[in-house]
Design a protein around this ligand. Structure first.
Ligand SMILES: Nc1nc2c(ncn2[C@@H]2O[C@H](COP(=O)(O)OP(=O)(O)OP(=O)(O)O)[C@@H](O)[C@H]2O)c(=O)[nH]1
Ligand SMILES: [Mg+2]
Length: 357
């Protein structure tokens, strides 16, 4: 899964990014805007349990790729901003960081703390970036739909959806709010529109507001997931050497959940993620799919051969294994089920795929 940070300059994106990726120096720079990407493994106590049970040679955690880009500001110009934002097109979800701490360094004239003002600016730059893509494609399609080709019907449909998108974006609405059908979304999938992505709001609060639960009130108007953290404090905690020091510091600051866990949980909720586990040739591995994905889609995460040659899946939930203590018991109690192609993978499933080569 890939999560991209977006926000104004000095909102704290890089601070959060470096806190989460631990070793900042290892983050790689990519593309013309020098976006940075870091891969972070997702701790999962269910995986620890399965490791005890199956004793595999290798364990592979699910990973989240974080992408950090330079801050977006309207004065930079729409074209340049579109270029910067292009690094986020591959992201599954966006983390919109907004500043709630006082800072003299914030770009003039935005020194005062005003989350609504800042959020609106970033949102409208993202809408412009999407609009530019929609308009360019509409222009091409308006010419090509006139020709009678095998593509004509599809192109007409695509043009119709894109025009709806253009209207919405021109009115300042996010595309995610259009509630487009799966069929229509499929027509748009190659454009990777930013405003179609689930977006988590991250309120980057000042040191004085740490532990103040009512701060989330500030995100009252935000339609999606919102979390609050103080990036500065989280960074200092993450930099401590021992786990014990970290725990003590967290407790002292009244922080019940470290930033990484909070962000992961919020992103998983926003995306609707389900984790499943496989054990194949001595490797135990965690995978993520979207909630509602079927067994064939899940198989495709591992290898296209497995989805193509899919015969069936044998499934047992990790909770049943915990309760019964072994695969043998799970089988004996009928908890290892045979499932077909249409089976919807559930969070915490341990799946053994049977397929023909
Ligand atoms: N007081 C305080 N300062 C913070 C906090 N988070 C970040 N900062 C400071 O704000 C400044 C900017 O933070 P960055 O993380 O570099 O901000 P950014 O969003 O990556 O900025 P750009 O890359 O310019 O877009 C740094 O000096 C940070 O130390 C916070 O929670 N509290
Ligand atoms: Mg930065």
């Amino acid at each position: 899964m890939r999560l991209g940070f977006v926000g104004l300059p000095v909102s704290g994106k890089t601070t959060v990014f470096e806190t989460l990726s631990g070793d900042a120096a290892s983050a790689e720079h990519h593309g013309p805007t020098m976006a940075r990407i870091a891969s972070v493994k997702v701790p999962d106590e269910r995986l620890d349990f399965l490791q005890e049970l199956f004793q595999p040679k290798k364990v592979t955690h699910a990973a989240i790729d974080f992408v950090d880009i330079p801050g977006i500001i309207s004065e930079t110009g729409r074209e340049e901003n579109s270029r910067i934002l292009a690094s986020l097109r591959e992201a599954d979800a966006l983390i919109h960081v907004v500043r709630l701490f006082e800072s003299e360094a914030a770009p003039h004239p935005r020194q005062s703390v005003d989350p609504k003002r800042d959020i609106d600016e970033v949102e409208s730059e993202m809408a412009f970036a999407d609009l530019a893509i929609a308009e360019a494609r509409i222009e091409k399609l308006e010419v090509s739909v006139k020709k009678s080709t095998p593509e004509q019907e599809r192109e007409k449909k695509e043009l119709e959806v894109l025009m709806r998108c253009r209207d919405a974006l021109e009115n300042g609405s996010k595309l995610i709010g259009l509630g487009l059908s799966d069929q229509k979304l499929k027509l748009l999938s190659s454009y990777c529109f930013l405003t179609l992505k689930p977006e988590v709001l991250l309120l980057n609060i000042g040191e004085g507001d740490v532990g103040n639960d009512s701060i989330l009130e500030k995100a009252r108007d935000w339609p999606g997931e919102a979390i609050a953290m103080c990036a500065q404090v989280e960074m200092e905690i993450a930099a401590l050497d021992s786990e014990e020091d970290r725990r003590t510091f967290l407790a002292e600051m009244n922080i019940t959940e470290p930033a990484a866990d909070k962000l992961k949980a919020a992103a998983y909720r926003a995306l609707g993620v389900a984790t499943f586990f496989t054990t194949v040739s001595d490797e135990l591995r965690a995978w993520t799919v979207r909630q509602g994905d079927d067994a064939v889609t899940a198989a495709g995460k591992i290898h296209t051969d497995i989805s193509r040659g899919f015969i069936r899946a044998e499934v047992v939930s990790v909770n049943d294994l915990k309760e019964l203590g072994s695969m043998k018991e799970a089988k004996a109690k009928g908890k290892l089920r045979l499932e077909g192609k249409d089976y919807i993978v559930q969070d915490g499933d341990v799946v053994f795929f049977r397929f023909s080569k």
